[in-house]
Design a protein around this ligand. Structure first.
Ligand SMILES: [Zn+2]
Length: 254
C-alpha cells in the first residue's frame, strides 16, 4: 500500500508541475483572471492549441521528441525535467514520511527555479513571502517548544559570509536573492539536512558547469542561474534522504 501511494504521489507531482508551469507562464506573461485558469495551453511560438495528447507530463515530450507538432519549436528540456523533479520530490517526501512542510518547501523552489531560469533572478515578492513564512514557522516552533528549534541558520550565515567574500575577491557577485532563499531554508532545515542539501548542490552545480562548458553552452565566466540547481538538489536530497545524511554524518561526525 505504501508503494501504491508513493506512485500516486509521483503522478500527482508530475501533473501538478505541468499545471504550475503553465500557471507561472501565464502569470509571467500578464494573463488576466479568469484566462489564467481556463485558457487552453498552446505552443509558445506558433500559438497552436495543444491537444490532450500533447499535454501528458514527460510522456508527450518523449513522444513528440520535445518539439511542437506544428512549427517544430523545441520545447525547453527544463519543462519535463522540472516535472520529473516535482514528481520525485513528492513521492520521496511521502515514502520517507518526511515533514509535510517539505511539500510546501519544494513548491516554493519550483517557482523560484522557474523565474530564475528565465530572468536570472526571483520576483522580490516571492522571496518575501518565503522568508516571512519560514521565519513565521520558526517562531511558532519557538513558542510551542519553549526553546530554539533545530535550524541551520549559523551554517547559512557562515556560508553567506564565505560566498560574499569570494564574490568580492573574484568580482563575481552572488545573487542576493540566492542568499535570501538560503536564509529561509536555514529557518526550516536542521543542520544535517542543510549540509546534505549543500553537498548535493555543490556536486550537481559544479558537474553541470563543467558539462555546459564542455558543450560550449557556457564559459566559466558566464553566470548560471542557481535556483534550478537548488530545486533539483532538494529533490535528490529527499530521494536519497537517509543515505546522504549518513554520508554527511560520517564526514562531519555529527
Ligand atoms: Zn508551435
Amino acid at each position: 500500500m505504501h508503494i501504491y501511494f508513493t506512485f500516486i504521489s509521483f503522478i500527482l507531482g508530475l501533473v501538478l508541475a505541468s499545471f504550475l508551469n503553465a500557471l507561472l507562464y501565464r502569470i509571467d506573461n500578464g494573463y488576466k483572471y479568469p484566462e489564467i485558469f481556463i485558457k487552453g495551453s498552446h505552443c509558445e511560438k506558433c500559438a497552436k492549441q495543444l491537444t490532450a495528447y500533447e499535454l501528458i507530463p514527460i510522456v508527450s515530450f518523449l513522444i513528440f521528441k520535445g518539439k511542437c507538432s506544428k512549427c517544430g519549436y523545441k520545447v525547453p528540456i527544463y519543462y519535463p525535467l522540472s516535472e520529473l523533479i516535482l514528481g520525485i520530490s513528492l513521492a520521496s517526501i511521502y515514502y520517507h514520511s518526511l515533514s509535510p512542510l517539505f511539500y510546501l518547501l519544494v513548491l516554493f523552489f519550483f517557482a523560484f527555479s522557474y523565474f530564475d531560469r528565465i530572468y536570472k533572478g526571483i520576483p522580490q515578492v516571492l522571496v518575501n513571502v518565503f522568508l516571512l513564512a519560514s521565519a513565521g514557522y520558526f517562531f511558532i516552533r519557538v513558542i510551542l517548544i519553549d526553546g530554539i528549534p533545530e535550524n541551520s541558520l549559523i551554517a547559512v550565515i557562515l556560508l553567506s559570509g564565505v560566498v560574499l567574500l569570494l564574490g568580492k575577491i573574484f568580482k563575481k557577485p552572488f545573487g542576493i536573492g540566492d542568499i535570501l532563499v538560503l536564509i529561509g531554508l536555514g529557518f526550516i532545515f536542521p543542520l544535517n539536512y542543510f549540509l546534505g542539501f549543500l553537498y548535493v548542490f555543490l556536486i550537481l552545480s559544479s558537474l553541470s558547469s563543467v558539462f555546459l562548458v564542455m558543450l560550449k553552452k557556457a564559459s566559466f565566466k558566464s553566470s548560471i542561474p542557481l535556483l534550478p540547481f537548488m530545486y533539483c538538489s532538494l529533490g535528490i536530497l529527499f530521494l536519497f534522504n537517509e543515505k546522504i545524511i549518513e554520508i554527511l554524518e560520517s564526514i562531519f561526525f555529527l
